[in-house]
Design a protein around this ligand. Sequence first.
Ligand code: PLP
Length: 364
Amino acid sequence: MSKTSKNLPAILGGTPLVTADHAAANHWPLLGEEDEQAVLRVMRDGNLSFHPVVQELEDDYRALTGRRHALAHNNGTAGLLAAFFALNLNPGDEVLLPDPCYPCNRHFVRLFDALPRMIPVDETQNYQPTGTSVGANWGPATRGVLIASPSNPTGSAISREELGAIVDTARRNHGFVIVDEIYQGLTYESGPSTALELADDIFVVNSFSKYFNMTGWRLGWIVVPETHMRGIEKLAQNMFICPSAPAQYGALAAFRPDTLAVLEDRRLEFKRRRDYLVPALRQLGFRIPVTPQGAFYVYAGCEHFAPDSGDFAVRLLEEAGVAVAPGLDFGANQPERHVRFAYTRSLEDLQEGVDNITRMLRSR
Ligand SMILES: Cc1ncc(COP(=O)(O)O)c(C=O)c1O
């Protein structure tokens, strides 16, 4: 790494940094004095019994979203997806996923000797699978489809119509639809929405990691149809016992009105960053045919600058001090032509990063 790169902004990570002036970056901004005391008290008193507040969390979640059957559990979406696939997949089964996608989701499929079957997506379908592409890829071994909306790495949100068409296709084939809504609430063109508005037989995973900015607390939930509740509950109990008690107490603050106000400020700050970064990158020559509608990522075509995005990412890091993720991290669909930018750093950092890239490209 070059000397300069140490001091320069990284535009990479998927962990949201604090945005407004609510707190320092490595401290959860939403934890007020009272919440902090509650978390500390649990640790000091050794009151780490099974699930002290899960029920309350579930009730809060239901009050906020109107959805029933929420099951809070630890390990973010990661643990719950593992439990879901353990319950639904057998060796040799297939699950349809978009390419590019968040890599761990396809790794979870492999964990159970099943196969991720990748559907290439691009700007012509807003980087999301469609009813037609899901139907065309559904084979005899396919058990279901997993999509993320908004997506990592593209920031694209699936339309209601296409999601409906995917659900219809899955129903016709007696398969499941599971939607990873971890970026729910981080949308910039429309309000928060959930696939559950569409149908009750959809599975949804979510966590406190992104919108609530609590990645390190490792707390997530899954919403399942009533018929599947007991199965997933039993498995999750066997696999994880219960969510960590301090995390549960911390998360109780998440649904309070004052917290939700902070989160709205934060969302607007992400929008400001997106609205700066996307045109700035386009101006430099990156190909961004569709403005990302959510999350905090820009999946940008870099073919104009280099034949291989991996080499280009190394150059950006060494010569401009800017870290991006090469397309290879997200799949096999033209990965050499893409890099992913994350706008998880401050606007000033992003501006500095863009200035550095500009200088680097001019010095070619
Ligand atoms: C689409 C998507 N799903 C899941 C995760 C992991 O989330 P969690 O922290 O809840 O395990 C990430 C993290 O970046 C992600 O981008």
